[in-house]
Write a protein that binds this ligand. Sequence first.
Ligand code: ATP
Ligand code: MG
Length: 364
Amino acid sequence: MFIKRLELINFRNYSNLNIEFINGFNILYGQNAQGKTNILEAINYLSLLKSHRSVKDKELIKWGKGKAYIKGVFQKNLGDFSVEVLISEESRKEAKLNGIKQNKASEVIGNANVVIFSPDDLRLVKEGPEVRRKFIDNELNQIKPKYQYYLSLYNKALFQRNNLLKSNFDKSLIDVYDQQLAEYGSYIVFHRIEFIKKLSIICRLFHRKITDGKEELVIRYKGDVYEEDINKIKEKLYLSYKNSIEEDLKKGYTSKGPQRDDLQIFLNGVDAKTFASQGQQRTAAISLKLSEIEIIKGERGEYPILLLDDVMSELDILRQKHLLDSLKGLQIILTITGIDDLGRLDFKNKKIFEVVDGRVQIKE
Ligand code: ATP
Ligand code: MG
């Protein structure tokens, strides 16, 4: 899939923008704070109807204006389609698919498939487990429609169990929550294990390509329960809540369960979080995140559009080259601050745009 045209009116620092992309490498270059990321944000918004920068819709409207408009024309195997969104200060946002207004956001979300890699994703390896859980949950939300639902049920029951642990209520009620947590938790753990298995194969291959065969990336699910069968997971989870009740009462929170899950990452046999260099950690984060491309291809039958925000500057020239080589066949829109690095890279089928203060000029 690729985006052919993007139109923006009063979106972030753009008053009026109309650009055409090619189905190859599209390079947006410019100094800091000119509007490069804003363009990627707009494209990603057309896919998810929300910003990847976790901001409120209103913040996307150009300062001093009342409405922002984004339109994208996309092409997939089956033909062209368009997505339009009107974001307004006063009313709910309006979204159109092929010019027809849609009442349900779910009719619009996911038509355009986009994978965005932003500098924040570079934290995936070196930071705490929360970042990695969020990564897995986000991926699963995209491919398993019920996942988000079970996750919210689990979190609700967890919140209630934790409240009970801290209060003077009848502790026998805790068993009700243990059963609920085991029920919802087993769905979450089962899908996480299955997903990580799939991901581990893909990211290992991808990582070999970027590092020219020098590094072996291995990922593993780390949780309180590891079973293939969902009923076994449920039984074991239930037992682990039961067995930890004394400890939980002392601590005042639930100490076992998928809320503590993590993804272990090894590079050439050692723990990447503790031992890998900065560049190695970044490369591993890229391999993990970009494996999503293959997973989406497997689910949808077509490659997504890849948005790379400021990724190149973090890698040495060889890794940059291998990364770009392994991404052939996709539409890529990437941002960079310096044009110099590009000269050293061999892009075929490229279009270069210079971004200056909310305006875009075609360079090549
Ligand atoms: P960097 O290289 O530093 O990442 P960038 O080119 O990616 O820079 P953007 O994040 O796209 O820069 O933002 C460019 C500018 O957009 C910001 O400096 C900010 O002043 C401006 N901006 C952000 N939101 C709005 C808004 N709602 N209205 C007007 N301007 C905005
Ligand atoms: Mg930026």
